[in-house]
Design a binder for this molecule. Structure first.
Ligand SMILES: Cc1ncc(COP(=O)(O)O)c(C=O)c1O
Length: 396
């Protein structure tokens, strides 16, 4: 139930203290800075976060919380780390909609609702997204909570079960068959873009479509940064392995984590059956300004294929952000073999994480590095190293 919020107040009103990810990091979030510039007080922003969070809890049974970050003994032992080091897991599987996608979308929703409360948005435009995975689930969950109409553009092959869940959440689902007059590309994406041209808000997890998704995505990086240095944390991290599809996740996690010193090397992981980011990174070596040569450097992958089907984006839309996060942190790009994608999924389940193959594919990158560089002086990680992976994504 959405309740009235008093948006204006004393310019000196205090930011309420909270461990809620979107209240604790208010001073760093772009949606909050915009609302602040238009006169919305810190207390009103916190009330807005709580209002939407309560509504999300009613729909999803969970709200936005600081997700667990713990050492996995099973992963650490199986990968040969000693007690002095290990594999730490940021577990997003219990997050809103079962994945990190909701963090990206919540900053867009907060911005829209703040504009509404401030009188800047007088009529609700429809929300639009092209996805048939975790992003669609998160978008439909948040839209349902805010009672905001949403169109979800999906491929014809989407499973009926997933469609039923989107229906339950009140989303309008459009199965998009290719039309004879269509330009090359994903028909769901083409219909989504048409909807945006006709006034819908891109409620999507792709920075070039809506950069505000990168805003909330940073909360996971800030959280990991704080958890590393908490009394029960490892105290330092020698690397963080993040799966890359469209790239918004790795770009924003890397940006948030490396806001604070010292930088943690970001290992951006793709599957061998779809690695457009890795190819673009190799093509961009020696270029002063890779962005200016986007069309030559980031080209679509032909025939993407992997068990990790949530990272089969043929183009890494946020590749510039991922590249930046790697370069700033001293990280690298890793291409995981399909055998390691499968092995990582099994290993994640043995270690007790209910992650999808997509959500465990960062671990596949760690397996790749450890297998390719057996423990030697030149190894990327010695047994005392502390490394992190993110487990996420309930859809299969
Ligand atoms: C569980 C999970 N992890 C990671 C990703 C990759 O995120 P991005 O597309 O932002 O790179 C996805 C994308 O669908 C996902 O569902």
């Amino acid at each position: 139930m959405l309740v009235p919020i008093t948006v204006h107040g004393s310019a000196h009103s205090e930011q309420p203290s909270s461990d809620h990810p979107f209240i604790a990091h208010d001073a760093r979030l772009a949606w909050a800075a915009t609302a602040d510039a238009l006169g919305m007080t810190p207390a009103a922003r916190a009330a807005l976060v709580r209002e939407l969070d309560d509504a999300v809890r009613e729909v999803d049974g969970t709200g936005f919380v600081v997700t667990p970050f713990t050492r996995s003994d099973v992963l650490s032992d199986e990968l040969g780390f000693s007690d002095a080091g290990g594999v730490w897991v940021k577990d997003e599987t219990g997050g809103v909609g079962g994945s990190q996608k909701s963090r990206h979308l919540f900053s867009i929703l907060l911005h829209l609702r703040a504009m509404e409360l401030l009188g800047e948005l007088v009529e609700r435009p429809r929300l639009a997204i092209a996805s048939c995975g975790n992003a669609a689930l998160a978008a439909a969950t948040l839209a349902c909570a805010a009672r905001w109409p949403i169109d979800v553009y999906v491929p014809t092959w989407m499973s009926d079960g997933f469609g039923d869940r989107l229906d339950e959440l009140g989303a309008t689902v459009h199965r998009c068959a290719r039309r004879s007059e269509d330009l090359p590309g994903d028909p769901a994406m083409l219909r989504f873009r048409e909807a945006v041209e006709n006034g819908s808000v891109p409620f999507t997890v792709q920075g070039p479509e809506n950069a505000l998704c990168l805003d909330g995505g940073r909360t996971i990086g800030w959280e990991i940064g704080a958890q590393v240095h908490a009394p029960e944390g490892p105290g330092r991290l020698d690397g963080v392995f993040v799966q890359v599809g469209g790239g918004a996740f790795a770009a924003s996690l890397g940006s948030g984590l490396n806001d604070d010193d010292p930088a943690v090397p970001l290992f951006a992981v793709q599957a061998e059956g779809c690695a457009p980011f890795d190819r673009a990174r190799r093509r961009s070596v020696g270029l002063d300004d890779p962005a200016s040569q986007w069309e030559q450097v980031m080209t679509p992958w032909t025939d993407p294929a992997s068990l990790a089907d949530g990272i089969l984006d043929d183009e890494t839309y946020d590749w510039l952000g991922v590249l930046d996060a790697i370069d700033r942190s001293g990280g690298r790009s890793v291409v995981a073999s399909e055998a390691n994608i499968v092995a990582a999924h099994e290993l994640a389940h043995r270690a007790g994480f209910d992650a999808s193959a997509t959500g465990s594919s960062g671990l596949a990158g760690l397996l790749q590095v450890v297998a390719a560089e057996p423990r030697a002086e030149s190894a990327a990680f010695d047994p005392t190293a502390c490394v992190a992976v993110v487990m996420s994504g309930i859809t299969r």
